[in-house]
Design a protein around this ligand. Structure first.
Ligand code: A2P
Length: 349
């Protein structure tokens, strides 16, 4: 194989621009790259490895002769176009939630469940950004000490809601600083009945509400974690619950995670040693030096950062940890490209 014909679906978006960068830095031999978006962006020029490429409108004919599709243009766009791409012979790595819970679609974090790629039928799903960084930190702990329960609260950056939401936060910030009323047409959720300013504010709503009062983002964290770690989205073997909050940060999700191991003898030092050698993780945990993970210092990095590792003194085997990652890289574009690198390396294309 002297290279693959690759298409990026959603190339003009916040994740799309990172997909282009991560692909350029990857080990994947690219013969041709096609940049796809909506009609609005057709004709726009973007750079790939110093070459100017013209963005094309996505149509049912866009996937002829394409070997690999990296998709991040929203769930509905993936649902419409990825089956067509697979039919045309492409393998698709999808960053949306469209196929994540399909039993025939592997949901993959390469450092955790790379083997699941072998079962693919053309589509591989990239987990939710907040799930990826949490499960990356939990997987080595579970492997060594067992895992019974996880309680997570997230502090999620606005870039996860797309480029337009980030622009709206900037506009709201300027309005507030100039003593003008803040306007909200997107935040917290595009298309919702009500909108609230995100600037100088915390919004405990990411995605739509389910009937049980959880948001769909919280639902995703619960069920994706079970699918990745236990191969069963409803498994009772690890109890998981989540509260997801949007914060006025540009890039980098923070997560406060309370975890209960099966082995009650696990120590803080054990977790330090384990996480420091786990692939894709950097431990930043030196309270005396005020060293801990932060969104600003994680931005632009492929790794997931873990710190504030503490034992719950009243509950042996239970720990608090603080996990931060660039939601657009490990949470999206890098994990997607990393999956594609594994598909190529493992001869699964
Ligand atoms: P466009 O820029 O033409 O709207 P973000 O998540 O940052 O909002 O980005 C969404 C991405 O998905 C953009 O690249 C956007 O293209 C693309 N997109 C949105 N709707 C469609 C569609 N119907 N067909 C193809 N791409 C789409």
């Amino acid at each position: 194989m002297n290279g693959y014909n690759v298409a990026i679906l959603g190339a003009t978006g916040a994740v799309g621009s990172r997909l282009i960068d991560q692909l350029a830095q990857s080990t994947i031999p690219v013969k041709n790259l096609k940049l796809l978006a909506s009609k609005r962006s057709a004709g726009k020029i973007l750079q790939f490895k110093g070459e100017s490429l013209t963005v094309e409108q996505t149509t049912v004919d866009s996937f002829k002769n394409i070997d690999l599709v990296l998709a991040s243009a929203g769930g509905e766009v993936s649902k419409k176009f990825l089956p067509i791409a697979v039919e045309a012979g492409a393998v698709c790595v999808d960053n949306t939630s469209a196929f994540r819970m399909d039993p025939d679609v592997p949901l993959v974090i390469p450092e955790v469940n790379r083997n699941a790629l072998k079962k693919h039928h053309g589509i591989i799903a990239n987990p939710n950004c907040s799930t990826i960084q949490m499960v990356l930190a939990l997987a080595p702990i579970r492997q060594k000490f067992g895992l019974k329960q996880v309680i997570v609260s997230t502090y999620q950056a606005i870039s996860g809601a797309g480029q337009a939401a980030w622009q709206e936060l900037l506009d709201q910030t300027k309005q507030h600083l100039y003593d003008k009323p803040m306007t909200a047409k997107i935040t917290p959720v595009k298309g919702a009945a009500k909108h609230y300013p995100q600037a100088f504010n915390l919004l405990p709503q990411i995605d739509v509400f389910e009937k049980d009062g959880y948001t769909h983002e919280e639902w995703k964290m619960i069920h994706e974690t079970k699918k990745i770690l236990l191969d069963d989205m409803d498994s009772p073997d690890i109890k998981v619950t989540a509260t997801c909050v949007r914060v006025p940060v540009e890039i980098g999700h923070g997560e406060s995670i309370y975890l209960v191991t099966a082995d009650k003898t696990a120590t803080v030092s054990d977790l330090h040693t384990l996480l420091a050698t786990a692939p894709g993780i950097i431990v930043q945990d030196e309270p005396a030096k005020q060293l801990y993970p932060q969104p600003l210092t994680a931005t632009g990095k492929r790794e997931t950062f873990v710190g504030r590792i503490r034992l719950d003194e009243e509950n042996p085997g239970a720990f608090n940890i603080w996990v931060v990652a660039d939601n657009l890289l490990k949470g999206a574009a890098w994990n997607t490209v990393e999956i594609a690198e594994c598909l190529v390396a493992d001869d699964l294309m």
